[in-house]
Design a binder for this molecule. Structure first.
Ligand SMILES: *Cc1c(COP(=O)(O)O)cnc(C)c1O
Length: 384
């Protein structure tokens, strides 16, 4: 049942249609193929491979599952370590923990809130196998330095690119830089089919095994391509393939990528322009404009308030004006699960300090100018 959105209420996120979603879903039904790997899955994958210049894109049931496939591909042994930012979504770490790895939490930079590459080398031990940069808000991490360290120290780089689809770093699409990358098409992300994701495989040696893991440990994909005449159980894996109905919905969104990207840029710029002087006068920080060597995806817009007390006051102030604003990640190293891996020993002062002060403003693809104006006016109306 649909949750009623009261009139006049501006939600934090709202799923929308970019164009042909419903038409494509009907077509998938008419084609008589609504399980996975149908024509729409193939089209989404081809589009991602072309636009992102990646060797292989495989749609998955979520970004979490794409990260889980990455973790299986890494052949982790218990006690192996994977370096993840503390300031990220749970599954950036959990997917690797599921394979027996120990998450090692790295702090973030105070400007981009991306992992602090200057701290990376110090966290590497003889057991470190991988590092998982998250392009927070769709602004690239310092990939050159991260890749250089990873190459020199023999680590695999898995980009968690849940936020940054179609963003880039020095001309390279996000998700095409590490050996592996994961995308999310969850309802809250820039491009969505409700729940979904993709694994991007940039190392050609990993492609065949990635397909097998995604297909319940079997070589069914090879059978569909006519390379073998029956399929068999070969490896670990699970049921990681989304329905073609979801791929149909997603393709409609991906096809409208220029419209969606331009719309999100407009929202970001509107907030930035209209809240800039107000914020400066009040010791409130906005996300910095990224350096010119990287194109952001404009996934979110936040305010960094002077204290968590003021943040709570602003949330209530906006709620009174029928506007939903939300905070973001709680540092993973201090979570009950993070502590089981020695999280309280982790040195992540920036994540700890920023997490309690960050507030995200409403941000969705078909946000109207009147809604943006209302949010900006309500924020400016706030006095701590
Ligand atoms: C949303 C998100 C995920 C998880 O995505 P799902 O598709 O919901 O599994 C992982 N990492 C980051 C950084 C995210 O924002």
């Amino acid at each position: 049942m649909r949750k009623e959105i009261p009139e006049n209420f501006i939600p934090f996120n709202k799923p929308g249609l970019a164009g042909k979603e419903l038409e494509y879903i009907s077509r998938a039904l008419e084609a008589g193929h609504i399980s996975g790997n149908g024509i729409f899955t193939g089209q989404c994958q081809a589009l991602l491979e072309k636009e992102l210049s990646v060797g292989r894109a495989l749609l998955t049931t979520s970004c979490t599952h794409a990260l889980e496939i990455s973790a299986i591909l890494l052949d982790l042994s218990p006690g192996d370590e994977v370096i993840v930012p503390s300031f990220t979504f749970v599954t950036t770490a959990l997917a690797f923990v599921m394979r027996g790895a120990r998450p090692v939490f790295i702090d973030i930079r105070p400007d981009t809130l991306n992992l602090d590459e200057d701290r990376l080398e110090n966290l590497i031990t003889g057991r470190t196998r991988a590092v998982v940069p998250v392009h927070y808000g769709g602004v690239a991490c310092e990939m050159e330095k991260i890749m250089e360290i990873a190459r020199r120290r023999g680590l695999t780089v898995v980009e968690d690119n849940a936020h940054g689809l179609f963003g880039s770093y020095r001309g390279r699409p996000l998700g095409s830089i590490g050996e592996l990358a994961a995308l999310s098409f969850h309802e809250t992300k820039n491009f969505s089919c409700g729940e979904g994701g993709a694994l991007l495989v940039n190392n050609p040696e990993l492609v065949e095994r990635a397909e097998i893991i995604r297909e319940k440990g079997t070589d069914r994909s090879r059978m569909f391509r006519g390379e073998v005449d029956r399929y068999t159980w070969l490896d670990l894996g699970s049921s990681y393939i989304p329905s073609d109905l979801l791929a149909a919905f997603l393709l409609a969104q991906l096809e409208e990528r220029e419209k969606i990207r331009a719309g999100r840029r407009r929202i970001w710029e509107y907030y930035y322009r209209n809240l800039g002087p107000w914020a400066e006068d009040r010791d409130i920080r906005l996300p910095p404009r990224p350096p010119p060597d990287r194109e952001p995806s404009h996934h979110l817009f936040y305010l960094l308030l002077p204290s968590s007390r003021i943040r709570e006051k602003l949330i209530l102030h906006l709620r009174d004006r029928r506007i939903h604003s939300v905070f973001h990640y709680l540092p993973l190293h201090l979570s009950p699960m993070g502590r089981r891996f020695g999280g309280e020993e982790a040195d992540c002062p920036v994540a700890e300090e920023i997490s309690g002060r960050l507030l995200r403003l409403p941000f969705y693809n078909d946000m109207k100018i009147e809604e943006l104006q209302r949010v900006v006016n309500a924020v400016k109306d706030f006095s701590a």
